[in-house]
Design a protein around this ligand. Structure first.
Ligand code: PLP
Length: 432
Protein backbone atom coordinates (compact mmCIF):
# COMPACT_ATOMS: atom_id res chain seq x y z
CA UNK A 1 0.00 0.00 0.00
CA UNK A 2 1.20 3.50 -0.86
CA UNK A 3 0.26 6.71 0.95
CA UNK A 4 -0.49 10.09 -0.63
CA UNK A 5 -0.36 13.61 0.75
CA UNK A 6 -3.66 15.42 1.37
CA UNK A 7 -2.07 18.37 -0.47
CA UNK A 8 -1.14 16.37 -3.56
CA UNK A 9 -2.63 12.99 -4.44
CA UNK A 10 0.09 12.43 -7.02
CA UNK A 11 2.75 12.38 -4.30
CA UNK A 12 2.88 8.74 -3.20
CA UNK A 13 5.29 7.19 -0.74
CA UNK A 14 5.82 3.81 0.91
CA UNK A 15 4.57 2.97 4.40
CA UNK A 16 8.14 3.31 5.64
CA UNK A 17 8.47 6.85 4.29
CA UNK A 18 5.02 7.88 5.50
CA UNK A 19 5.80 6.64 9.03
CA UNK A 20 9.33 8.06 9.20
CA UNK A 21 8.37 11.43 7.72
CA UNK A 22 5.16 11.96 9.70
CA UNK A 23 4.17 15.07 7.77
CA UNK A 24 4.56 15.02 3.96
CA UNK A 25 7.20 17.39 2.49
CA UNK A 26 4.39 19.59 1.14
CA UNK A 27 2.97 19.77 4.70
CA UNK A 28 0.03 17.55 3.79
CA UNK A 29 -1.01 14.57 5.88
CA UNK A 30 -0.55 11.06 4.57
CA UNK A 31 -3.58 8.99 3.62
CA UNK A 32 -3.76 5.39 2.40
CA UNK A 33 -4.04 5.35 -1.40
CA UNK A 34 -7.16 3.23 -1.10
CA UNK A 35 -9.34 2.25 1.80
CA UNK A 36 -9.47 -1.52 2.01
CA UNK A 37 -12.74 -3.29 2.69
CA UNK A 38 -13.04 -5.53 5.72
CA UNK A 39 -12.77 -9.15 4.54
CA UNK A 40 -16.13 -10.72 3.63
CA UNK A 41 -17.90 -12.24 6.61
CA UNK A 42 -15.41 -10.65 8.98
CA UNK A 43 -17.97 -8.65 10.95
CA UNK A 44 -20.25 -11.68 11.40
CA UNK A 45 -17.53 -13.49 13.30
CA UNK A 46 -15.92 -10.44 14.90
CA UNK A 47 -17.89 -10.83 18.14
CA UNK A 48 -15.78 -13.88 19.00
CA UNK A 49 -12.50 -12.23 18.16
CA UNK A 50 -10.23 -10.43 20.62
CA UNK A 51 -9.23 -6.83 20.06
CA UNK A 52 -5.75 -8.09 19.11
CA UNK A 53 -7.13 -10.50 16.51
CA UNK A 54 -9.22 -7.73 14.98
CA UNK A 55 -6.18 -5.43 15.05
CA UNK A 56 -4.13 -7.97 13.12
CA UNK A 57 -6.70 -8.46 10.36
CA UNK A 58 -7.33 -4.72 9.96
CA UNK A 59 -3.69 -3.60 10.17
CA UNK A 60 -2.64 -6.26 7.68
CA UNK A 61 -4.84 -4.62 5.05
CA UNK A 62 -2.69 -1.49 5.33
CA UNK A 63 0.80 -2.86 5.93
CA UNK A 64 1.11 -6.22 4.16
CA UNK A 65 3.85 -5.96 1.57
CA UNK A 66 5.86 -3.71 3.90
CA UNK A 67 5.68 -5.65 7.17
CA UNK A 68 5.58 -9.44 7.28
CA UNK A 69 2.88 -11.22 9.29
CA UNK A 70 5.22 -12.38 12.07
CA UNK A 71 6.58 -8.88 12.63
CA UNK A 72 3.09 -7.41 12.56
CA UNK A 73 1.83 -9.96 15.02
CA UNK A 74 4.66 -9.23 17.43
CA UNK A 75 4.20 -5.45 17.04
CA UNK A 76 0.52 -5.84 17.96
CA UNK A 77 1.04 -8.14 20.90
CA UNK A 78 3.72 -5.84 22.30
CA UNK A 79 1.82 -2.60 21.59
CA UNK A 80 -1.68 -3.62 22.64
CA UNK A 81 -1.58 -6.05 25.56
CA UNK A 82 -4.76 -4.54 27.03
CA UNK A 83 -8.47 -4.47 26.31
CA UNK A 84 -11.06 -1.84 25.36
CA UNK A 85 -14.25 -2.94 27.12
CA UNK A 86 -17.73 -1.64 26.38
CA UNK A 87 -19.51 -0.78 29.64
CA UNK A 88 -23.25 -0.19 29.93
CA UNK A 89 -24.02 3.13 31.66
CA UNK A 90 -27.78 3.52 31.27
CA UNK A 91 -30.47 2.82 28.67
CA UNK A 92 -28.92 3.02 25.19
CA UNK A 93 -25.70 4.53 26.49
CA UNK A 94 -22.39 2.69 26.61
CA UNK A 95 -18.85 3.78 27.47
CA UNK A 96 -16.07 2.41 25.29
CA UNK A 97 -13.25 2.49 27.82
CA UNK A 98 -10.01 3.31 26.08
CA UNK A 99 -7.94 3.94 29.19
CA UNK A 100 -6.70 0.46 30.08
CA UNK A 101 -3.23 1.00 28.58
CA UNK A 102 -0.08 1.93 30.53
CA UNK A 103 -0.67 5.71 30.49
CA UNK A 104 -4.44 5.50 31.08
CA UNK A 105 -5.64 7.32 27.96
CA UNK A 106 -6.65 6.22 24.47
CA UNK A 107 -3.47 7.63 22.97
CA UNK A 108 -1.68 4.48 24.07
CA UNK A 109 -3.29 2.72 21.09
CA UNK A 110 -1.85 5.04 18.46
CA UNK A 111 1.43 5.81 20.14
CA UNK A 112 2.38 2.22 20.96
CA UNK A 113 1.48 0.85 17.56
CA UNK A 114 3.42 3.67 15.96
CA UNK A 115 6.42 3.00 18.22
CA UNK A 116 6.36 -0.60 17.02
CA UNK A 117 6.33 0.37 13.34
CA UNK A 118 8.82 3.18 13.73
CA UNK A 119 11.18 1.09 15.84
CA UNK A 120 11.06 -1.55 13.11
CA UNK A 121 11.93 0.96 10.38
CA UNK A 122 14.51 2.79 12.56
CA UNK A 123 16.48 -0.43 12.95
CA UNK A 124 16.89 -0.53 9.18
CA UNK A 125 18.19 3.07 9.12
CA UNK A 126 21.42 2.76 11.07
CA UNK A 127 20.86 6.35 12.26
CA UNK A 128 19.09 7.69 15.33
CA UNK A 129 15.53 8.85 14.62
CA UNK A 130 14.47 11.91 16.62
CA UNK A 131 10.75 11.97 17.35
CA UNK A 132 9.29 15.41 18.04
CA UNK A 133 5.94 15.53 19.74
CA UNK A 134 3.80 18.46 20.83
CA UNK A 135 1.38 17.54 23.58
CA UNK A 136 -1.52 18.99 25.47
CA UNK A 137 -1.03 16.15 27.95
CA UNK A 138 -1.89 12.63 26.90
CA UNK A 139 0.04 12.36 23.66
CA UNK A 140 3.33 13.13 25.35
CA UNK A 141 2.87 10.45 27.96
CA UNK A 142 1.67 7.82 25.52
CA UNK A 143 4.45 8.52 23.02
CA UNK A 144 7.20 8.80 25.64
CA UNK A 145 6.15 5.56 27.31
CA UNK A 146 5.62 3.81 23.98
CA UNK A 147 9.12 4.71 22.79
CA UNK A 148 10.93 4.38 26.12
CA UNK A 149 14.14 2.40 25.46
CA UNK A 150 13.20 1.58 21.85
CA UNK A 151 16.64 1.23 20.19
CA UNK A 152 17.53 3.82 17.55
CA UNK A 153 14.98 6.39 18.76
CA UNK A 154 15.09 9.61 20.81
CA UNK A 155 11.90 11.42 21.85
CA UNK A 156 11.60 15.18 22.46
CA UNK A 157 8.26 16.16 24.03
CA UNK A 158 7.11 19.81 23.86
CA UNK A 159 4.37 20.80 26.27
CA UNK A 160 2.80 24.10 27.39
CA UNK A 161 3.96 25.13 30.87
CA UNK A 162 1.21 25.01 33.48
CA UNK A 163 -1.40 23.72 31.04
CA UNK A 164 -1.19 19.99 31.63
CA UNK A 165 -2.20 18.23 34.82
CA UNK A 166 0.54 17.29 37.26
CA UNK A 167 0.04 13.58 36.74
CA UNK A 168 0.15 13.98 32.94
CA UNK A 169 3.36 15.93 33.25
CA UNK A 170 4.90 13.25 35.46
CA UNK A 171 4.20 10.63 32.83
CA UNK A 172 6.67 12.13 30.37
CA UNK A 173 9.07 14.15 32.54
CA UNK A 174 10.18 11.34 34.84
CA UNK A 175 11.31 8.71 32.37
CA UNK A 176 14.90 9.65 31.44
CA UNK A 177 16.77 7.37 28.99
CA UNK A 178 15.88 8.37 25.42
CA UNK A 179 13.09 10.78 26.50
CA UNK A 180 13.54 14.58 26.94
CA UNK A 181 10.72 16.97 27.93
CA UNK A 182 10.71 20.66 26.91
CA UNK A 183 8.50 22.91 29.01
CA UNK A 184 7.40 25.63 26.61
CA UNK A 185 6.38 29.12 27.71
CA UNK A 186 3.26 29.19 25.52
CA UNK A 187 0.14 27.30 24.52
CA UNK A 188 -0.36 23.90 22.96
CA UNK A 189 -0.83 25.62 19.61
CA UNK A 190 2.64 27.17 20.05
CA UNK A 191 4.08 23.72 20.70
CA UNK A 192 2.39 22.36 17.60
CA UNK A 193 3.68 25.28 15.52
CA UNK A 194 7.24 24.79 16.79
CA UNK A 195 7.16 21.15 15.74
CA UNK A 196 5.85 22.05 12.31
CA UNK A 197 8.56 24.68 11.86
CA UNK A 198 11.26 22.18 12.82
CA UNK A 199 10.22 19.89 9.99
CA UNK A 200 10.66 22.51 7.32
CA UNK A 201 13.90 23.95 8.68
CA UNK A 202 16.70 22.96 6.28
CA UNK A 203 19.47 23.01 8.91
CA UNK A 204 17.56 20.69 11.20
CA UNK A 205 16.40 18.31 8.53
CA UNK A 206 19.95 18.09 7.18
CA UNK A 207 21.62 17.25 10.46
CA UNK A 208 18.90 15.21 12.17
CA UNK A 209 16.58 12.41 11.15
CA UNK A 210 13.42 14.08 12.43
CA UNK A 211 9.95 12.65 12.62
CA UNK A 212 6.72 13.45 14.37
CA UNK A 213 4.49 11.42 16.62
CA UNK A 214 1.54 13.78 16.62
CA UNK A 215 -1.80 12.58 15.42
CA UNK A 216 -0.65 13.58 11.96
CA UNK A 217 1.36 10.35 11.70
CA UNK A 218 -0.60 7.78 9.77
CA UNK A 219 0.81 5.04 12.02
CA UNK A 220 -1.25 6.51 14.84
CA UNK A 221 -4.40 6.72 12.80
CA UNK A 222 -4.62 3.09 11.73
CA UNK A 223 -4.68 1.46 15.20
CA UNK A 224 -7.40 3.84 16.38
CA UNK A 225 -9.77 2.17 13.96
CA UNK A 226 -9.45 -1.21 15.70
CA UNK A 227 -11.59 -0.48 18.75
CA UNK A 228 -14.54 0.88 16.79
CA UNK A 229 -14.79 -2.47 15.06
CA UNK A 230 -14.32 -4.35 18.31
CA UNK A 231 -17.03 -2.28 20.03
CA UNK A 232 -19.43 -2.70 17.13
CA UNK A 233 -18.94 -6.45 17.27
CA UNK A 234 -19.93 -6.47 20.93
CA UNK A 235 -23.12 -4.46 20.42
CA UNK A 236 -24.49 -5.62 17.08
CA UNK A 237 -26.74 -8.22 18.73
CA UNK A 238 -28.84 -5.32 20.07
CA UNK A 239 -30.14 -4.75 16.57
CA UNK A 240 -30.06 -0.97 16.95
CA UNK A 241 -28.23 1.57 14.82
CA UNK A 242 -24.79 2.11 16.32
CA UNK A 243 -23.59 5.62 17.00
CA UNK A 244 -20.19 6.69 18.31
CA UNK A 245 -19.64 9.99 20.12
CA UNK A 246 -16.01 11.00 19.96
CA UNK A 247 -14.77 13.75 22.29
CA UNK A 248 -12.38 15.52 19.95
CA UNK A 249 -9.47 17.92 19.79
CA UNK A 250 -7.23 17.24 16.81
CA UNK A 251 -9.85 14.82 15.43
CA UNK A 252 -7.45 11.91 14.96
CA UNK A 253 -9.69 9.58 16.93
CA UNK A 254 -12.78 10.55 14.98
CA UNK A 255 -10.96 10.32 11.64
CA UNK A 256 -9.95 6.76 12.53
CA UNK A 257 -13.64 6.01 13.13
CA UNK A 258 -14.48 7.39 9.70
CA UNK A 259 -11.78 5.15 8.28
CA UNK A 260 -13.42 2.13 9.94
CA UNK A 261 -16.77 3.18 8.51
CA UNK A 262 -15.30 3.54 5.04
CA UNK A 263 -13.84 0.04 5.45
CA UNK A 264 -17.42 -1.18 5.81
CA UNK A 265 -18.30 -0.79 9.49
CA UNK A 266 -22.05 0.04 9.62
CA UNK A 267 -22.06 3.12 11.83
CA UNK A 268 -25.28 5.19 11.76
CA UNK A 269 -23.60 8.42 12.82
CA UNK A 270 -20.52 9.82 14.46
CA UNK A 271 -21.07 12.57 16.98
CA UNK A 272 -18.23 15.07 16.66
CA UNK A 273 -18.24 16.56 20.14
CA UNK A 274 -15.95 19.23 21.47
CA UNK A 275 -15.64 21.59 24.40
CA UNK A 276 -15.99 25.30 23.54
CA UNK A 277 -13.16 24.88 21.02
CA UNK A 278 -15.83 24.12 18.45
CA UNK A 279 -14.22 24.81 15.08
CA UNK A 280 -15.43 21.53 13.54
CA UNK A 281 -19.04 21.51 14.85
CA UNK A 282 -19.23 25.06 13.57
CA UNK A 283 -18.00 23.96 10.15
CA UNK A 284 -20.59 21.16 10.03
CA UNK A 285 -23.28 23.68 10.81
CA UNK A 286 -22.23 26.65 8.69
CA UNK A 287 -19.65 25.43 6.19
CA UNK A 288 -17.17 27.98 7.51
CA UNK A 289 -13.87 26.63 8.78
CA UNK A 290 -12.49 29.24 11.07
CA UNK A 291 -9.41 28.07 13.04
CA UNK A 292 -8.54 30.31 15.97
CA UNK A 293 -6.49 30.31 19.16
CA UNK A 294 -7.60 27.65 21.62
CA UNK A 295 -9.44 28.39 24.85
CA UNK A 296 -8.45 26.59 28.03
CA UNK A 297 -11.08 24.20 29.45
CA UNK A 298 -11.32 21.34 31.95
CA UNK A 299 -11.12 18.84 29.08
CA UNK A 300 -7.70 20.21 28.18
CA UNK A 301 -6.61 17.42 25.83
CA UNK A 302 -9.29 18.82 23.51
CA UNK A 303 -8.20 22.45 23.69
CA UNK A 304 -7.29 22.70 20.03
CA UNK A 305 -8.02 25.73 17.88
CA UNK A 306 -6.80 24.36 14.56
CA UNK A 307 -7.48 20.62 14.42
CA UNK A 308 -4.73 18.93 12.44
CA UNK A 309 -6.80 16.01 11.17
CA UNK A 310 -9.42 18.21 9.59
CA UNK A 311 -7.39 17.96 6.37
CA UNK A 312 -7.94 14.19 6.44
CA UNK A 313 -11.65 14.57 7.10
CA UNK A 314 -12.00 16.87 4.11
CA UNK A 315 -9.99 14.42 2.04
CA UNK A 316 -12.24 11.49 3.01
CA UNK A 317 -15.25 13.49 1.81
CA UNK A 318 -13.64 15.18 -1.20
CA UNK A 319 -14.30 18.58 0.40
CA UNK A 320 -18.03 17.92 0.30
CA UNK A 321 -19.46 19.37 3.50
CA UNK A 322 -22.94 17.98 2.95
CA UNK A 323 -21.60 14.47 2.58
CA UNK A 324 -19.57 14.95 5.75
CA UNK A 325 -22.53 16.38 7.63
CA UNK A 326 -24.63 13.35 6.64
CA UNK A 327 -22.25 11.11 8.61
CA UNK A 328 -21.37 13.53 11.40
CA UNK A 329 -23.47 15.26 13.98
CA UNK A 330 -21.57 18.11 15.61
CA UNK A 331 -22.07 19.52 19.08
CA UNK A 332 -20.07 21.40 21.68
CA UNK A 333 -20.38 21.81 25.43
CA UNK A 334 -19.23 24.26 28.08
CA UNK A 335 -17.27 23.34 31.18
CA UNK A 336 -20.39 23.90 33.24
CA UNK A 337 -22.39 21.41 31.17
CA UNK A 338 -19.49 18.99 31.38
CA UNK A 339 -19.35 19.21 35.17
CA UNK A 340 -23.14 18.84 35.42
CA UNK A 341 -22.93 15.66 33.33
CA UNK A 342 -20.17 14.26 35.55
CA UNK A 343 -22.25 14.93 38.68
CA UNK A 344 -25.47 13.66 37.16
CA UNK A 345 -24.02 10.39 35.86
CA UNK A 346 -22.19 9.75 39.10
CA UNK A 347 -25.30 10.45 41.20
CA UNK A 348 -27.56 8.22 39.11
CA UNK A 349 -25.23 5.38 38.16
CA UNK A 350 -22.07 5.59 40.26
CA UNK A 351 -19.96 5.77 37.09
CA UNK A 352 -17.11 8.28 37.29
CA UNK A 353 -16.59 10.13 34.01
CA UNK A 354 -13.44 12.04 33.22
CA UNK A 355 -14.05 15.51 31.73
CA UNK A 356 -13.32 14.30 28.16
CA UNK A 357 -15.58 11.28 28.38
CA UNK A 358 -18.24 13.55 29.87
CA UNK A 359 -18.21 15.63 26.66
CA UNK A 360 -18.72 12.38 24.74
CA UNK A 361 -21.55 11.38 27.06
CA UNK A 362 -23.25 14.73 26.45
CA UNK A 363 -22.82 14.15 22.72
CA UNK A 364 -24.62 10.81 22.92
CA UNK A 365 -27.45 12.25 25.00
CA UNK A 366 -27.86 15.04 22.50
CA UNK A 367 -27.91 12.55 19.62
CA UNK A 368 -30.52 10.34 21.32
CA UNK A 369 -32.73 13.37 21.96
CA UNK A 370 -32.47 14.48 18.37
CA UNK A 371 -32.67 11.19 16.47
CA UNK A 372 -34.24 8.61 18.79
CA UNK A 373 -33.07 5.21 20.01
CA UNK A 374 -29.66 3.82 19.10
CA UNK A 375 -26.85 1.91 20.71
CA UNK A 376 -25.03 5.07 21.73
CA UNK A 377 -21.36 4.58 22.48
CA UNK A 378 -19.24 7.39 23.79
CA UNK A 379 -15.48 7.03 23.87
CA UNK A 380 -14.19 7.33 27.42
CA UNK A 381 -10.75 8.52 26.40
CA UNK A 382 -8.99 8.82 29.76
CA UNK A 383 -9.12 7.33 33.23
CA UNK A 384 -10.72 9.85 35.64
CA UNK A 385 -7.64 9.56 37.86
CA UNK A 386 -5.64 11.34 35.16
CA UNK A 387 -7.75 14.42 35.79
CA UNK A 388 -8.05 13.89 39.48
CA UNK A 389 -8.22 17.54 40.55
CA UNK A 390 -11.14 18.38 38.27
CA UNK A 391 -12.96 15.13 39.02
CA UNK A 392 -12.58 15.38 42.79
CA UNK A 393 -13.59 19.02 42.86
CA UNK A 394 -16.61 18.37 40.64
CA UNK A 395 -17.89 15.27 42.41
CA UNK A 396 -16.86 16.52 45.82
CA UNK A 397 -15.29 13.21 46.77
CA UNK A 398 -11.84 11.73 46.54
CA UNK A 399 -11.10 9.07 43.98
CA UNK A 400 -8.64 6.21 44.17
CA UNK A 401 -5.76 6.28 41.69
CA UNK A 402 -4.86 3.03 39.95
CA UNK A 403 -1.45 1.62 40.95
CA UNK A 404 0.14 2.51 37.64
CA UNK A 405 -0.74 6.19 38.07
CA UNK A 406 0.53 6.23 41.65
CA UNK A 407 3.88 4.97 40.42
CA UNK A 408 4.18 7.87 37.95
CA UNK A 409 3.16 10.37 40.63
CA UNK A 410 6.07 9.26 42.79
CA UNK A 411 8.68 10.02 40.08
CA UNK A 412 10.85 13.17 39.95
CA UNK A 413 10.12 15.72 37.22
CA UNK A 414 12.98 16.65 34.89
CA UNK A 415 12.31 19.14 32.11
CA UNK A 416 14.12 21.78 30.05
CA UNK A 417 12.50 25.26 30.04
CA UNK A 418 12.02 26.70 26.54
CA UNK A 419 10.58 29.90 25.04
CA UNK A 420 7.97 29.76 22.26
CA UNK A 421 10.54 31.11 19.77
CA UNK A 422 11.59 28.67 17.09
CA UNK A 423 15.22 29.84 17.25
CA UNK A 424 15.51 28.47 20.80
CA UNK A 425 14.10 25.10 19.88
CA UNK A 426 16.43 24.93 16.90
CA UNK A 427 19.49 25.68 19.00
CA UNK A 428 18.47 23.00 21.47
CA UNK A 429 17.87 20.38 18.80
CA UNK A 430 21.16 21.04 17.05
CA UNK A 431 22.87 20.10 20.31
CA UNK A 432 21.07 16.83 21.07
C1 PLP B 1 -6.13 13.56 22.79
C2 PLP B 1 -7.35 13.37 23.59
C3 PLP B 1 -8.60 13.64 23.07
C4 PLP B 1 -8.79 14.20 21.67
O1 PLP B 1 -8.42 13.27 20.68
P1 PLP B 1 -8.16 13.77 19.18
O2 PLP B 1 -7.76 12.55 18.43
O3 PLP B 1 -7.04 14.77 19.25
O4 PLP B 1 -9.41 14.38 18.71
C5 PLP B 1 -9.71 13.37 23.85
N1 PLP B 1 -9.59 12.90 25.11
C6 PLP B 1 -8.39 12.65 25.66
C7 PLP B 1 -8.33 12.15 27.05
C8 PLP B 1 -7.22 12.86 24.92
O5 PLP B 1 -6.05 12.60 25.46
Amino acid sequence: MKFYSTNNKALRVSLRDAVLQGLAPDKGLYMPERIPSLPAGFLDAAGERSLQEIAFVVAREFVSGDIDDNTLSSIISHALPFDAPVVSIEDNVYALELFHGPTFAFKDFGARFMAGLLGHFAQQEGREVVILVATSGDTGSAVANGFLRVPGTRVVVLYPRGKVSEIQEKQFTTLGHNITALEVDGTFDDCQRLVKEAFVDPDLTRSLFLTSANSINVARLIPQSFYYIHAYAQLRHLDLPIVFAVPSGNFGNLTAGLLAMKMGLPVAKFVACTNVNDVVPEYLESGMFNPRPSIQTISNAMDVGNPSNFARMLDLYNNDREAMAADLYGCSFTDEETRDAMRDVYARTGYVLDPHGAVGYLGIRSYLCQYGPAAGVFLETAHPGKFRDVVEETLDRSIELPEGLKAFAAGKKQSVPMSAEFADLKEFLLKV
